[in-house]
Design a protein around this ligand. Structure first.
Ligand code: V1D
Ligand code: CA
Length: 477
């Protein structure tokens, strides 16, 4: 049977959702309620024990605080809990350059002084210091995003969470902005083995430049970043005018904001941008980076968002009922990050959490109020005017009109028989590769290889050609 026997993107009245078509039964034969999505929570063991250095704002310890609140609130009763294995070198090489991965593997705080030429080449230094066991840290957070993505492609969960991931600045061959390995790109590449179109949304206050750059030429991944865009604010990219190139033209969207944006304007702009983006692009999976430095009172960020507003963005994206990979990112007031991500875990798991924080090993971090939603103090002046926000909204809507008309979007869906085959392949792979300390065997023949061959030569954006031909920093998809 050839692929042209199936309805195309433009012809079909709705996306072919394999969950809707398959019998809604679990392996033990129990019919699941439609309304309660299954949530998988991936937390690498000890990921909170790494240290960037005394003066560095990034504190992996916030992941331990988050986990304590998640457990304290009893959310482990509502989700499947996983301690995924580390990513292998081979898995990191799906996106990253071999010399860069080799450098990350070899470098230590002791030998770093002898590798000064590499410091410039791989952009390590003040923002991205070499700390003890750096490579293990990278393998842990990337392994968790890969495991989370695989659970989605295997169909064993509807939502997968990895708060240790979301390191959106890392490039193919260099570190950037506290990020070494780009677990988001790796996770999206995994999703692309099964999903024709993946939507990436980034609510960290910084521009999601590493992910945008990786998929800048692709029409299979649409990236949207909401961020502060101002002189001297890192990384300096993310203007409205950055829209993608070649096949990827109109598949990068940017929402550049100014200091002090408040809950109401952020939520209404977020919904006004995301609703038409989702209905026009019609992704079959979504990746949401939830950087918590967009919260008010962050040590690096200068927005005024409450945890409730940040969480409302998560709730809104969840409401589309698509396979959803939820990741962390920035966030530099540890207690706020932990509150925010615990609250969002509750939103995803469908549990309303009491405002009184549960007792936990780090209770004193949450002084003086010990509440989940403490009042925001020290708000920053809102420099976003009604007109500036309206201009952004209108401009993005215009770009979406072009996207809707782009012939490259009219892609073939994955045929159901191939979907079934790929799902069972992935399920087997997920079982083989399970959580630590289970077996670490690796499958050699990959579902994506088959997908590439099957879809090759269609000229529809899902073929084998290197889309990254013109820009070496992009990935082959
Ligand atoms: F304040 C610091 C103290 C020590 C080391 C670094 C910093 C620091 C603050 N802000 N570094 C930054 C940003 N870097 C610069 C550099 C100056 N150079 C010319 C560039 O302004 C980097 C901010 C990174 C933000 C990371 C992130 O929040 O987006 C994130 N997302 O996922 C993980 C982290
Ligand atoms: Ca962002």
């Amino acid at each position: 049977m050839t692929l042209v026997d199936y309805p195309t993107f433009s012809e079909s009245p709705f996306f072919y959702d394999r969950r809707a078509a398959s019998i809604p039964e679990t392996e033990d034969g129990i019919v699941r309620a439609h309304s309660a999505p299954r949530v998988a929570y991936c937390h690498p063991k000890d990921v909170g024990n790494y240290h960037y250095g005394e003066r560095h704002p990034m504190r992996p310890h916030r992941l331990e605080l988050t986990n304590q609140l998640v457990l304290g609130y009893g959310l482990h009763e509502k989700m499947s809990m996983h301690a995924p294995r580390r990513a292998t070198e081979e898995e990191l090489l799906e996106f990253h350059d071999a010399d860069y991965v080799d450098f990350l593997k070899r470098v230590t705080p002791k030998n770093a002084q002898n590798l000064t030429r590499d410091w410039t080449k791989f952009n390590v230094g003040d923002d991205c210091p070499i700390f003890h066991d750096l490579f293990s840290f990278c393998q842990q957070y990337a392994g968790a995003s890969l495991a989370a993505a695989r659970k989605l492609t295997a169909g064993s969960t509807d939502i997968a969470i990895n708060w240790s991931g979301g390191l959106h600045h890392a490039k193919k061959g260099e570190a950037s902005g506290f990020c070494y390995v780009n677990d988001i790109v790796l996770g999206i590449l995994e999703l692309l083995r099964h999903h024709p179109r993946v939507l990436y949304i980034d609510i960290d206050i910084h521009h999601g430049d590493g992910v945008q750059e990786a998929f800048y030429l692709s029409n299979r991944v649409l990236t949207v970043s909401f961020h502060k865009y101002a002189a001297d604010f890192f990384p300096g990219t993310g203007n409205l005018s950055e829209i993608g190139s070649d096949l990827g033209k109109y598949f990068s969207l940017n929402v550049p904001l100014q200091d002090g944006i408040d809950d109401e304007s952020y939520i209404s702009l977020f919904k006004a941008v995301m609703e038409p983006t989702i209905t026009t692009f019609r992704p079959s999976a979504i990746v949401l980076q939830c950087g918590a430095d967009s919260l008010g009172c962050d040590r690096l960020g200068t927005f005024n968002l409450s945890i409730a507003a940040h969480g409302e963005c998560v709730r809104f994206i969840k409401s589309f009922d698509l396979p959803l990979l939820v990741l962390g990112g920035g966030g530099y007031r540890q207690s706020s990050v932990a509150r925010c991500w615990a609250y969002e875990t509750g939103v995803l798991a469908g549990s309303a959490l009491p405002d009184e924080l549960p007792s936990n090993n780090y209770y004193e971090f949450f002084a003086p109020d010990y509440k989940l939603h403490p009042p925001l103090t020290g708000k920053i002046q809102n420099l976003n005017t009604r007109q500036s926000l309206e201009r952004i909204r209108v401009t993005i809507r215009e770009k979406l009109r072009y996207l809707g008309g782009a012939p490259s979007v009219q892609m073939q869906e994955i045929p159901p028989d191939l979907m079934g085959f790929l799902a069972s392949e992935e399920k087997g792979k997920e079982e083989r590769e399970g959580d630590e300390p289970d077996s670490r065997r690796e499958g050699k023949a990959r579902a994506g290889d088959l997908l590439e061959r099957e879809m090759g030569g269609m000229g529809d954006g899902m073929g084998t050609g290197p889309l990254g031909g013109a820009r070496r920093r992009t990935v082959r998809i």
